[in-house]
Design a protein around this ligand. Structure first.
Ligand code: DGL
Length: 271
């Protein structure tokens, strides 16, 4: 399969979470073509079994590979922590595979931390993926993690300001004296400002999209795959797997990507 710098980047998540990663890619690499895939029919992934997540995510990665993507970005922590090994093995030496966890856990930002909190989906917490990786690079760190099962679905469907604040309070009251909090689910990135307000800016929230996209840009450059000139006037394409998507998803796509967008449906046999 012929891949060049003009080939698209495929990005996938269970739903809207990966949109903020896709937006960061568009901001820092404006010439890139993006194909976004949200498995909205099966969202949330966070309460699914490891087997389910592996079966579905490999199908989506294969779909993006067949679309001739030069790179695939797993913009979902639940998928990364449960299926990264499988996806990497399948596409080894074929295309670049990126994820939202590896660039974070090795980031020097943790050198100045002592105690960090992690909020994530049940599937991510169950995998213990973060704990193991962070401890490998930063053994001095004390880590507390909780699964915040309700959040992703509430965010996917748009959230009422008042209700979300009390849910955020309920969850974050579990964390005492942390200096850094990791929003370890891409859906939670939509709550960054609210969580920042909860802590009055006293707890550091890591800028995940920025760190992840910096890594993607460096690797594309290294591999001569960064698109330096726009070739096509292609719209950003959004595949979803349900008959209808939430109004919030729709609204965010329009806010983040403007007018040059194209929605498509995709129904896998498996789903
Ligand atoms: N955005 C996904 C993540 O980063 C999870 C959302 C879901 O549970 O589907 O883990």
């Amino acid at each position: 399969m012929k891949i060049s710098s003009y080939s698209p980047i495929g990005i996938f998540d269970s739903g809207i979470g990966g949109l903020l990663i896709a937006k960061e890619i568009k901001t820092h690499m404006p010439n890139e073509c993006i194909i976004y895939f949200g498995d909205t029919k099966n969202m949330p992934y966070g309460d699914k079994s490891k087997e389910f997540i592996r079966n579905h995510s490999i199908k989506i990665a294969s779909f993006l590979y067949k679309k001739k993507c030069k790179a695939i970005v797993i913009a979902c922590n639940s998928i990364t922590s449960n299926a990264l090994d499988l996806i990497q093995k399948e596409f080894y030496k074929k295309i670049l595979i990126f994820n939202v966890i590896d660039p974070i856990v090795k980031n020097k930002i943790f050198l100045s931390s002592k105690k960090i909190g992690i909020i994530a989906t049940p599937a991510t917490i169950r995998s213990n993926f973060y704990q193991k990786k962070i401890k490998k690079y930063f053994p001095h760190l004390e880590i507390i993690q909780i699964s915040t099962a309700l959040l992703a679905v509430i965010i996917e469907n748009g959230f009422e300001k008042k209700k979300i604040n009390s849910i955020i309070e309920y969850y974050l009251n579990h964390f005492q004296s942390i200096d850094t909090l990791l929003l370890a689910c891409t859906h939670y990135l939509f709550l960054k400002n609210k969580i920042d307000n909860f802590y009055h800016g006293k707890v550091r929230l890591i800028n995940i999209p920025k760190i992840v996209v910096q890594e993607i840009k460096n690797k594309l450059l290294e591999n001569n795959l960064l698109c330096l000139h726009p070739k096509w006037n292609n719209p950003t394409v959004f595949y979803t797997t349900s008959n209808s998507i939430s109004p919030f998803f729709n609204e965010q796509v329009r806010i983040l990507f403007g007018e040059k967008i194209l929605f498509k449906k995709y129904f896998f046999n498996l789903f």
